[in-house]
Write a new protein. Structure first.
Length: 339
């Protein structure tokens, strides 16, 4: 999934209900993009026994990233999920499986682009001391959008477990510990929230318009504005008189949050997140009409029904300052189910 190919889906932006068939058309907005940037210097061994150590050297990290890109490219070309699972896990793999499942619904241009091999350039490695994972900021072939990729051990193999592509600048990460980054426990409060609190706050923007947990994070970033726009439009989409649309926070498929100390003392966190979107016929139309799922929803469930519940699994990139509200600066979702 973490390739220069277009981000396939985010959230539904609307649903058109037509009389005499009542068809639901769900338009998905892309969240995030694909990025790579890197530098690849810094995995030198320190001869002092007391010096900090990371899970890998930069040279080892480079080989892991190269292998991921090569295997991912081969898997994408034929949608080989078994092959992809050897180098990918976590929340990012949930999104990749959704890509493979809905591939036939994409445009010819998107399918062609997705099948192209790619590599990561301009790499900057962030290897936290004393941890068993590492991160890479990079850009992918043909892209100028930076991404933060996280590699972790799963089943004894290194796998990409998180990947968020950001149009917003990724802030400078502190590498002052002998060239190593400093990991922050996800439960550690940084200013007003801990990294583990970001998902509930961000999903609240969809669910309540940020009136509850969402009040604790910034509403001024593009991801926050996008979420709030969907909340505001939930009752004003075309022909909304026939159906309601609501969002509900959901536990992500994989709940691991990764956090690194920033150069300014704040924290940068890659946070898994998820929600459902429920489109429901109003009571007075029950029994007389049904909702026809769109092409992507039909991949999961082609049946006409009175309620369509779509699941979106995602990841966010968030900054948590020492004072002030945290900000979600990038996000990425895929529809992973529809019932």
């Amino acid at each position: 999934m973490a390739s220069p190919h277009p981000a396939r889906a985010a959230r539904t932006t609307g649903i058109a209900l037509l009389m005499l068939g009542l068809t639901s058309t769900v338009a998905l907005t892309g969240c995030g993009g694909t990025t790579d940037e890197g530098d690849g210097k810094a995995g030198t061994k320190d001869s002092a026994s007391a010096a900090p150590k990371g899970a890998v050297t930069r040279q080892q990290a480079a080989k892991i990233v190269d292998n991921y890109a090569a295997v991912n490219g081969k898997a994408n070309a034929t949608r080989n999920a078994k092959l992809l699972a050897t180098v990918e896990g976590g929340q990012v793999h949930e999104q990749s499986k959704a890509d493979y499942k809905t591939f036939s619904t994409w445009t010819k241009a998107d399918r062609s682009d997705y099948e192209k091999p790619f590599s990561y350039q301009d790499r900057t490695y962030y290897i936290p001391a004393g941890e068993d994972w590492f991160a890479v900021k990079a850009t992918a072939t043909g892209s100028k959008i930076p991404a933060l990729l996280v590699f972790d051990k799963a089943g004894g193999a290194w796998k990409l477990t998180s990947a968020v592509y950001s149009d917003a600048p990724i802030p400078a990460i502190d590498t002052g510990n002998h060239g190593f980054a400093t990991a922050v426990a996800p439960s550690t409060r940084v200013g007003s929230l801990a990294p583990n609190d970001v998902s509930a706050a961000f999903e609240d923007l969809y669910e309540t318009g940020g009136k509850k947990a969402g009040a604790a994070i910034s509403h001024t970033t593009d991801p926050a504005k996008g979420a709030l726009k969907l909340y505001k439009e939930r009752d004003t989409f075309d022909l909304a008189k026939w159906a309601t649309k609501k969002f509900f926070a959901k536990d992500p498929a994989y709940g691991t949050t990764y956090a690194l100390r920033l150069a300014d003392g704040g924290v940068l966190a890659v946070v898994p997140t998820a929600h459902t979107q429920e489109t429901l016929l109003k009571q007075q139309y029950m029994g007389s009409f049904e909702i026809n799922p769109n092409k992507e929803e039909s991949v999961y469930n082609p049946a006409k029904r009175a309620i369509v519940t779509d699941t979106f699994q995602g990841m966010t990139l968030a900054t948590l300052p020492k004072s002030g509200k945290p900000s979600v600066i990038a996000y990425e979702y895929r529809m992973t189910d529809s019932k």
